[in-house]
Design a protein around this ligand. Structure first.
Ligand SMILES: [Zn+2]
Length: 218
C-alpha cells in the first residue's frame, strides 16, 4: 500500500492537531522527501528504514520521529471521537497492559488517566520536544544535543503506546472506514525502523508482539 494514498486518505479526515513540517531546502526536508518517495514505490519496508550511505544518523532519526508523530496523530484523529472517558477510562492495551502517565514535570508520579487525556498529554509532550529547537535543531549548522538518540528512543516508545491502544481497542473503527491497510503499513514501517536501530525494548514491544510476529515476518 502506497503511503501517498495513506496520507491523502487521512488528510480528508479531521486532523487531530496541526502537522509538523520540515523547512524546505534543508537536508532534513530532502531526507523526508527521499524517505517518502521510497515508500511510495512500494519497496520492502524493512529495506527502506536503513540509513542511506553518507547520511547522518541523527538527521535520519529526526526525520522519522517527526513523520511518525504526524502519522500517528492522523491515525488517532480518525478514532478520537470513539475514545472517551466512558469507552476508555484508562490508557490500556487489553486487560494485561495499562500505561500510567508521568512527565517528570507536571506529573512527577505516574498517574492513571483516561486514554484520551493520556494521548493528549503524550502528543503534547512529543510536539513540545520536536518543536524545541535546542533538542531538534532546525538548521543543520546547529548540532544535535548529545542526548538526542535517547530522547528519540523515549519519544518512539511513547508513540508506540498509541498504536497499542488503537490496535487493541479501536481497530473496529479503523476497519470500518477501510483504513486497516494504511494503518498496518504505517505500523510496519514504525516497527522495522525501531527494530533496525534497536530503539525500543522487547518489554515495551510486548503488547503487540503476537500481531507483530504475524505482520512483520518478511
Ligand atoms: Zn480509546
Amino acid at each position: 500500500m502506497a503511503l501517498n494514498g495513506f496520507l491523502e486518505f487521512f488528510q480528508r479526515e479531521k486532523t487531530f492537531r496541526p502537522k509538523k513540517r520540515f523547512t524546505q531546502g534543508t537536508i532534513r526536508y530532502s531526507l523526508h522527501k527521499q524517505a517518502n518517495a521510497s515508500l511510495q514505490s512500494g519497496i520492502n519496508l524493512k529495506e527502506v528504514v536503513k540509513l542511506p550511505a553518507g547520511e547522518n544518523m541523527n538527521d535520519w532519526l529526526a526525520v522519522h520521529v517527526v513523520d511518525f508523530f504526524n502519522r500517528i496523530n492522523l491515525i488517532y484523529g480518525t478514532i478520537s471521537e470513539y475514545c472517551n472517558e466512558t469507552t476508555c477510562p484508562t490508557m490500556s492495551g487489553g486487560a494485561k497492559y495499562e500505561y500510567l502517565w508521568a512527565d517528570g514535570e507536571t506529573y512527577k508520579k505516574p498517574v492513571q488517566l483516561p486514554a484520551p487525556r493520556y494521548v493528549e498529554l503524550l502528543m503534547d509532550w512529543v510536539e513540545n520536544q520536536i518543536n524545541n529547537e535546542t533538542l531538534f535543531p532546525v538548521s543543520t549548522d546547529v548540532p544535535f544535543p548529545k542526548s538526542f538518540p535517547s530522547l528519540c528512543k523515549k519519544i518512539l516508545t511513547r508513540l508506540f503506546r498509541v498504536f497499542v491502544h488503537v490496535y487493541i481497542h479501536h481497530f473496529d473503527r479503523i476497519f470500518s472506514i477501510g483504513a486497516e491497510a494504511h494503518v498496518n503499513t504505517c505500523f510496519k514501517h514504525f516497527y522495522y525502523f525501531v527494530t533496525e536501530f534497536d530503539l525500543m525494548s522487547a518489554k515495551e514491544l510486548e503488547p503487540l508482539a503476537v500481531m507483530t510476529a504475524q505482520m512483520c515476518k518478511d
